[in-house]
Design a protein around this ligand. Structure first.
Ligand code: CA
Length: 423
């Protein structure tokens, strides 16, 4: 662990001071480059580093990993080595990329193959997502939605402070950042006393979220305790859970989200490990009432991660519409995973658990247009002079996230997607 999070360490590959990707990050992704099909990589500054090329050059021997995992088109095989294996790999990569190590730096032929500008790489979905679960863990978000739909008296449902509410989503429609999202068609009932209608959603929205990717869990029938949970988490991503509010509000009774959600969710390409985020660990909100024993944890289990969402219209002008922070989430990832498995439900390497919309206490920190415009009653003014209640065709939404303190910055890059017209 000696390498992890040392803020003074630097690489022989340059990273600008404001880069999300210093040598202390070492995230994992899947890239393809000219002549190379999708394979695992990491990143420093604006350079991607091919783990396949490093393995071919003999530089990843001795860490106990089969070389085939570095040629795979997804990270799932690598993840079978679990937290200890990934930790050994990250430490080896930090070692190879450190400014005073010449093992790779001084092999010009290998550097030419292994280190390439990010602009020449195409990033792919980093894991084959097996199952996808979406939680609803922001108290501010749940309260805002509750006030809008049920009034201030019953804003939070009776279960909300006792368990991390969630639902099973659909993994097949999770796409990597940069993939356009087509406006969904669907059934909705715009006027409460009239029959439903069919057409393109008129209330297309975003949800500013993060997600975590699991290592292999335990067999069906066994549970992961809250204390064990973080050892079963590979790392985190940014996540935009696009939502059609008009379809959602008509269809959701009584079984929950369905076609208003499963037409697309966007994920950032770099998985940032919990080890990289360790310097930013912080306590989450005080939990009152005290959760049941299986949800109790000791110590700090949240992370201080700054998040922002920007809306770029087809004029090219961008407006930051939300600034929030992961640390506002009421339920931690450890509690989410403990709850998810407490009935014996198994998780597998590559499962994705999303946080739910992350809203903070101030109106500028709300993580959805539904809240930012208060259900369309307060249109958002954008920098190009236009206004929005919900997304229009051609709009691009970019969510960015990073953690920063004491001169160390660790980030995720971004997750973006443009809205295409309905077809
Ligand atoms: Ca969501």
């Amino acid at each position: 662990m000696s390498n992890l999070g040392n803020p003074g360490m630097r690489s022989w590959i340059d990273a600008a001071p404001q880069s999300d990707f210093p040598i202390q990050n070492i995230p994992f992704g899947i890239c393809s480059t000219p002549g190379m099909p999708p394979h695992p990589c990491t990143r420093i500054g604006d350079q991607v580093i091919s783990l396949h090329a490093l393995a071919e050059g003999g530089l990843l021997n001795g860490i106990g990993m089969d070389a085939a995992v570095f040629a795979a088109p997804v990270l799932n095989p690598l993840m079978q080595y679990g937290k200890a294996g990934v930790r050994r790999l990250r430490e080896r990569l930090m070692d190879l990329l450190r400014h005073d190590n010449g093992e790779l730096r001084d092999r010009a032929d290998l550097v030419r193959k292994a280190v390439l500008p990010i602009a020449s790489a195409t990033m792919h979905l980093p894991v084959e997502v097996g199952d996808y679960t979406d939680f609803y863990s922001s108290r501010e978000h749940a309260t805002n939605v509750g006030i809008m739909f049920r009034g201030p008296e019953n804003a939070l449902m009776p279960n909300w402070l006792h368990l991390p509410v969630g639902y099973h989503g659909r993994s097949s429609s999770i796409v990597v950042s940069g993939t356009p999202i087509r406006r969904p068609m669907g059934q909705m009932r715009p006027k409460p006393d009239e029959p439903p209608v069919f057409g393109p959603s008129k209330q297309l929205d975003i949800e500013v979220e993060t997600g975590f990717i699991t290592f292999a869990g335990k067999p069906l029938g066994e549970r992961i305790t809250a204390g064990e949970a973080e050892d079963r988490i590979f790392g985190m991503v940014l996540f935009n859970d696009w939502s059609a509010r008009d379809i959602q509000s008509w269809e959701y009774v009584p079984l929950g989200p369905f076609l208003g959600k499963n037409f697309g969710s966007s994920m950032s390409p770099w998985i940032v490990t919990l080890d990289a985020l360790e310097p930013f660990r912080t306590a989450g909100p005080v939990q009152e009432p005290t959760p049941l024993p299986y949800l109790q944890t000791h110590g700090a289990h949240s992370f201080d991660i700054r998040l922002e969402a920007a809306l770029k219209t087809n004029t090219g002008v961008e407006t930051v519409i939300c600034r929030t922070n992961f640390k506002h989430l009421y339920w931690s990832m450890a509690q989410q995973l403990a709850h998810h498995t407490v009935n014996g439900c198994n998780v597998r390497a590559g499962d994705l658990m999303a946080s739910g919309t992350i809203s903070g206490p101030d109106p500028g920190s709300y993580g959805s247009l539904l809240e930012l415009t208060w259900r369309g009653t307060k249109p958002l003014a954008l920098q190009d002079g236009s206004t929005r209640n919900f997304l229009e065709d051609g709009d691009t939404v970019v969510i960015r996230g990073h953690a920063e303190n004491g001169g160390l910055r660790i980030g995720f890059g971004e997750v973006s997607g443009q809205v295409l017209p309905a077809a």
